[in-house]
Design a protein around this ligand. Structure first.
Ligand code: MG
Length: 405
């Protein structure tokens, strides 16, 4: 029989773990990461969880519940550690799907492993290697599909390792609390309990009518899931094919709209030559802002037609920033822009827009100049601010800097 090869990896208390990797002397203590003043807890050590600290919880309340809590600011290189963690996964298999900063799926079927023991050995090796290289503890679930592996990985945290053999899916799920099913939240659960549905197995004992009443339109699929069926494949992220994105963390928090707009424009200028170099166009611009306490908001807007010109997207920036940055009095710690809705069909715009054709020729010329080995970079007007001014305003570095050299 072919062994189960789908793995769900879930880092344990990820943000705290990243901090503890830098400060091992804090291991075993009640530690959390979060903003102090009006902030929230974004991650808590298992020792802190044991006394009632959870996420997201206002930091001030956490400090009341647990007065000896060691509260660290949310300032680590979480993105960098996450990338290195998934890089280690990609050394095992090319089929890696990042779900969030700290969890994702792997499919080990291309590894040619003979049996379940070989799969388990390889996954344990990876778990150990992530610890050895990054000092990040992770939990692993192995099963025949994504849903079951995901539930398995969360079952025995931290450093969990749970394997569900092929054919055992339904029996594995049946006794588990219905709240373990993705999509069943704290609000839904009491409603289900009132109907006597406490476990995942309980769902399978109910009539079609009852399930339709409880779960609405998606009830058939939900019942399938509760029986342990899930056809979704692990989809490796070829990020470049699906979207283009960049983010910038500020050295200090920023409140000026102009500064934010300029950084965002710089990102558009950084990404658009890549879009053109790939022979693509993009339609949707999504802007995300993050406050000092790590709460974030985002807004997206699409052009009527896909474009590969910076100027077409500049016009979307102000409305997007206004829409995403709802708490205008609060300073921003990070912004990111993402282009999606990638299109590589024939260009339609030029048929009725001669001006766009001219601008595209100009953009192509700029790309060529910038790709030359002169060391000089042709800049757009809004990039002409000196690096000193950027630093004074708290920018970590001018956004175009990463292109040169
Ligand atoms: Mg996690």
């Amino acid at each position: 029989m072919t062994p189960a090869t789908i793995v769900h990896l879930d880092a344990d208390a990820f943000f705290v773990s990243v901090e503890l990797a830098q400060r091992p002397e804090l291991r075993g203590k009640r530690v959390a990461v979060g903003g102090r003043q009006r902030g929230i807890i974004s991650s808590a050590s298992y020792e802190a969880r044991a006394v009632g600290v959870y996420t997201p919880m206002p930091s001030q309340r956490a400090l009341k519940v647990c007065p000896d809590l060691i509260l660290l600011p949310h300032e680590g290189d979480y993105g960098g550690v996450s990338r290195r963690m998934f890089d280690l996964c990609e050394e095992v298999t090319p089929l890696v799907q990042r779900n969030s900063i700290d969890e994702g799926y792997l499919d080990l079927s291309p590894c040619g492993l003979r049996d379940a023991a070989a799969v388990e050995a390889r996954v344990r090796q990876l778990q150990q290697r992530i610890w050895d290289v990054l000092q990040i503890p992770v939990s692993m679930g192995i099963a025949t599909n994504r849903l079951v592996s995901q539930i398995a990985s969360k079952l025995r945290k931290p450093r969990g390792f749970v394997v569900v053999a092929p054919g055992d899916e339904a029996a594995f799920l049946a006794p588990l609390d219905i709240g373990e099913m993705p999509g069943i939240g704290r609000k839904t659960q009491p409603r289900l309990a009132a109907r006597g549905i406490h476990t995942i197995g309980d769902v399978l004992t109910r009539s079609d009518d009852e399930l339709a009443a409880c779960f609405g339109n998606g009830w058939r699929e939900f019942r399938q899931r509760c029986a342990g069926h899930d056809e979704r494949a692990v989809q490796p992220d070829h990020e470049d094919a699906k979207s283009y994105s960049q983010q910038e963390t500020f050295g200090t928090n920023i409140v000026e709209l102009d500064a934010i707009t300029n950084v965002a424009k710089g990102m558009i200028d950084h990404l658009m030559p890549k879009v053109r170099a790939d022979g693509k166009r993009v339609r949707t611009l999504t802007l995300k802002v993050r406050y000092a306490d790590f709460t974030q908001e985002s807004a997206g807007k699409s052009l009527p037609l896909a474009s590969d010109l910076e100027g077409d997207f500049y016009a979307l920036l102000t409305p997007l920033i206004t829409k995403a940055w709802t708490q205008r009095r609060r300073a921003l710690r990070l912004i990111s822009v993402k282009f999606s809705g990638v299109d590589d069909g024939p260009v339609q715009m030029e048929i009725f827009d001669e001006n766009a054709a001219k601008r595209r020729r100009l953009a192509g010329l700029l790309d060529q100049l910038n790709a030359g080995k002169t060391g000089a970079t042709v800049r757009h007007g809004h990039q002409l601010e000196t690096p000193t001014a950027g630093r004074r305003r708290g920018l970590a570095r001018p956004p175009d800097e990463r292109r040169s050299g």
